[in-house]
Design a protein. Structure first.
Length: 202
């Protein structure tokens, strides 16, 4: 868990490993994806690698679910869920919790923010998602996720960049720092700097 996350979020994560009595095996066919999943793309190679590990060792950490009208919805653990299906499992160990939409939304996004491979755009979109759906200001969001308000503001500003620049930030061609350096420039100047930067790499 990242340092500084709000007490409410820490309580929701609260040591799943220690809740052995509440872990149960749930049929995969009864589980629905998270409707608030902020992650747009799942690395197929990484899912396959995790699937291979699950075939040998099983699912080492239970996923977190909540009750839905028909079955369950994933709160945390969609990669493990997908990899388990890929591995041919019929069931997966899970902890089922009562959770509101707001709690589920916040926990889902913050769980994704802990991932090291998150792109600058995914991080920016995650912050914007929480602010829009939970009606939070940048200051309130900063308190919730343990970041400074300027840190949040700098990432959210990346969403104002032209789509072509956002694509470069998304695929790792540009860093968040490069993206911020282009803020305030007109589109033609941005494209000039991008082409110049890429030509130096060739």
């Amino acid at each position: 868990m990242a340092k500084g996350l709000g007490k409410g979020i820490n309580a929701l994560f609260n040591n799943v490993e220690g809740e052995e009595e509440s872990v149960q095996n749930i049929e995969l066919k009864l589980i629905e994806p998270n409707p608030f999943q902020p992650r747009k793309n799942f690395d197929k190679a990484a899912i396959n690698e995790l699937s291979d590990s699950i075939k040998i060792h099983g699912v080492l950490q239970p996923i977190i679910l909540r009750n839905a009208k028909k079955g369950y919805q994933i709160v945390v653990g969609e990669r493990r869920f997908r990899a388990s299906k890929e591995a041919g499992l019929k069931e997966i160990p899970a902890v089922v919790r009562d959770m509101t939409d707001a709690e589920m939304m916040e926990l889902s996004v913050i769980e994704n923010l802990q991932r090291e491979d998150l792109s600058p755009m995914e991080e920016a979109e995650s912050y914007q998602f929480l602010m829009s759906n939970l009606e939070l200001t940048q200051s309130k969001l900063a308190e919730r996720v343990g970041k400074s308000r300027p840190y949040i503001a700098n990432f959210v500003r990346l969403l104002t960049l032209p789509e072509v620049v956002q694509d470069y930030l998304r695929d790792g061609s540009l860093s968040a720092g490069h993206g911020r350096a282009l803020l305030g420039l007109k589109t033609k100047k941005i494209l000039f700097h991008l082409l110049k930067s890429r030509s130096k790499r060739l």
